[in-house]
Design a protein around this ligand. Structure first.
Ligand code: NAP
Length: 237
């Protein structure tokens, strides 16, 4: 299948590499491919420059967000949460119309006026804020902005390495959640998750449930700091 990953961050690279290994034709989207390949410094998370990753994965195509979205039969959004709506709505409308868009971005606002300068991970209490939060979610904002696209929220409650290969950690015994307003799109996302190796997938309902999935990010970070190592989430019932 032709799959577009919109984003060049660490999470996007996990999906791109895994989907390439699974035999899909993957196009990775970025603002400016030349500029992205020219970067030589790690990003704020310490992720190595994209060119280093790309040299190890020459099977992946790097293109603009618009070219990648147009090429994808299925599209994954990994654009920084604070900029995702603006970036997605700037695309030609037919690039995403009628398609399933799997969104895993978290609407963190890393630096607001008055915030202390901080690196990642931040000490608890200085977490980036979420915006929107409580009464709305990034996934719902994207869905409202792109009414002809079928948005599914998933991935965000597990570590990015686990998302693309659950069997590789903890014997694969974790739970994944998905939310969305379109059953066919949720089925497509479920197929992708099954191909990654997920067997325990809970459909938590309409896209409004993405609010909880996104807000879980704070607790996920607290757990990460408390456990100081990898962990997965399993629902026992
Ligand atoms: N388990 C999970 O589901 C999981 C794991 C990791 C991250 N996340 C979340 O997923 C999102 C992506 O994370 P990530 O680590 O893969 O990448 P990231 O570093 O958060 O975001 C990088 C991407 O955002 C784009 N971007 C940044 N500023 C932009 C702007 N002003 N306009 C348009 N595009 C812009 C960058 O474009 P360029 O390519 O042009 O630089 C790049 O493609 C985040 O919200 C993160 O919190 C979720």
């Amino acid at each position: 299948m032709n799959i577009a990953i919109l984003g060049t961050g660490a999470g996007a690279r996990q999906h791109a590499a895994r989907l390439g290994a699974l035999g899909h034709r993957v196009v990775v989207g970025t603002r400016d491919p030349e500029a992205t390949l020219a970067r030589t410094e790690p990003d704020m998370m310490g992720t190595e420059p994209f060119a280093v990753f790309h040299r190890a994965h020459p099977e992946l195509t790097l293109a603009t967000f618009a070219q990648a979205a147009a090429a994808g039969e299925l599209v994954i959004n990994g654009i920084d949460g604070a900029n995702a709506v603006a970036a997605l709505t700037a695309l030609p409308t037919d690039a995403l119309a009628g398609k399933t868009l799997i969104d895993y971005a978290v609407p963190y606002v890393y630096q607001q006026p008055g915030d202390a300068e901080h690196s990642w991970p931040t000490p608890w209490g200085e977490m980036p804020r979420l915006n929107p939060v409580d009464t709305d979610s990034l996934a719902e904002q994207i869905q409202r902005a792109l009414p002809e696209t079928k948005v599914v929220k998933t991935f965000v409650t597990q570590e990015q390495e686990t998302v693309v290969n659950p069997a590789e950690f903890g014997g694969g015994d974790h739970t994944m959640f998905l939310a969305g307003d379109h059953q066919d799109a949720k089925a497509a996302a479920g197929e992708l998750l099954t191909a990654y190796g997920w067997s325990d997938i809970i459909d938590v309902g309409p896209l409004a449930a993405a609010r909880g999935l996104e807000m879980y990010a704070h607790f996920h970070t607290a757990l990460g700091l408390a456990l100081n190592g990898r962990f997965g989430v399993k629902i026992v019932r």
